[in-house]
Design a protein around this ligand. Structure first.
Ligand code: FAD
Length: 230
C-alpha cells in the first residue's frame, strides 16, 4: 500500500461523518480512518537577563536523564521552583556532589521540602538550596556561568538545567474529547489508544518518560494497533 509524506502544519483534526477523521493542513483536508498524534512537547525556558549567550553556548540543558551523565562532578545549577526542581536536583546529585537549586521567583518556600529524599540530600549537603531568587546570568570568559542572586551574592556553575516542565502539544486532540492528565499529556492504554476510538498517541505527547527509545516503542505499538483497527 502506498503512503505519502506531507510537510505542513495540521491546524485541526475533527471527526468525519463516516466515523473516521478529517485533518486540515494548509487549507486542504485529509481524510483517514485513524490518526496517530506524535506532536511532542514544548520545553518551558526560563526568562532571565543574560541567559541568551548562555543558551547559545549550550550551557542551559533541559533533560538530566538525556545528558546528566556528561556533567559528572561539575558545578550544576537547577533553575526552578517547587518539587520538579527538587526532583531534578536529586537526580543530578547522583552524578555530582555540587548541585544547587536556584529559584526563579520570590514565591515563599516551605520551610522543609515535601520530598523526603530531597530533604535527606539537602541535609547531607549533596544538594544546596539557594534561597534568594536569581536576578541575572553572566557567561564568564572561562566558559562558566555566574548566577547573580537578588541578595547580590554570585555563584559560579559549569552547567545549568531548566526545571520548569513542558507543554504537551496535545491541543489537536481537545475538540475530539480525548482524555488528558493534569499536565496536558494524552492518556493512552497499552496499545497507545486514546479515549477516542481511532485516535492514537505516541511519544512525548503521551504521559511517561520523554525519551527517544520510548517514542519509537510507542510508534511500533501504535502502528500495530492501527493496522488491526483499520
Ligand atoms: C534538547 C533535547 C535533548 C534531548 N536529548 C535526548 C537524548 O539524548 N536521548 C533521548 O532519548 N531523548 C532525548 N531528548 C528527548 C527526545 O528528543 C524526545 O523524547 C523525542 O524526540 C520524542 O519524539 P516525539 O516524536 O514524541 O516528538 P518530537 O521529536 O518532538 O516530534 C514532534 C513533531 O511533531 C511536529 N508537530 C507538532 N505539532 C504539529 C502540527 N500541528 N502539525 C504538524 N506537525 C506538528 C513537531 O514540529 C515535531 O517535528 C531530547 C530532547 C531535547 C529537547
Amino acid at each position: 500500500m502506498d503512503g505519502s509524506i506531507l510537510q505542513a502544519e495540521v491546524s485541526s483534526v475533527t471527526a468525519g461523518k463516516d466515523g473516521g477523521f478529517v485533518a486540515t493542513l494548509d487549507g486542504r483536508e485529509v481524510r483517514s480512518r485513524a490518526v496517530l498524534l506524535a506532536t511532542g512537547i514544548v520545553d518551558q525556558a526560563p526568562v532571565l537577563p543574560g541567559l541568551e549567550p548562555v543558551m547559545r553556548r549550550g550551557l542551559l540543558r533541559q533533560c538530566p536523564i538525556c545528558d546528566g551523565h556528561q556533567h559528572s562532578g561539575q558545578r550544576i545549577a537547577v533553575l526552578g521552583d517547587g518539587e520538579h526542581a527538587q526532583r531534578e536536583a536529586l537526580f543530578l546529585s547522583h552524578y555530582s556532589p555540587h548541585v544547587s537549586v536556584v529559584r526563579l521567583t520570590a514565591q515563599a518556600l516551605s520551610a522543609e521540602p515535601k520530598d523526603a529524599s530531597f530533604a535527606a540530600a539537602a541535609q547531607a549537603q549533596r544538594v544546596v538550596r539557594l534561597d534568594s531568587p536569581v536576578a541575572q546570568a553572566r557567561l564568564q570568559d572561562d566558559g562558566s556561568v555566574a548566577l547573580v542572586l537578588q541578595d547580590c551574592s554570585s555563584h559560579v556553575f559549569d552547567i545549568l538545567y531548566a526545571a520548569l516542565g513542558c507543554r504537551p502539544r496535545s491541543d489537536l486532540a481537545l475538540p475530539l474529547g480525548a482524555s488528558r492528565d493534569d499536565t496536558g499529556q494524552l492518556q493512552v492504554d497499552r496499545h497507545c489508544r486514546t479515549s477516542v476510538s481511532g485516535l492514537y498517541a505516541a511519544g512525548d505527547v503521551v504521559s511517561g518518560l520523554d525519551q527517544l527509545a520510548v517514542a519509537i516503542g510507542h510508534g511500533a505499538i501504535a502502528a500495530t494497533a492501527i493496522h488491526n483497527h483499520c
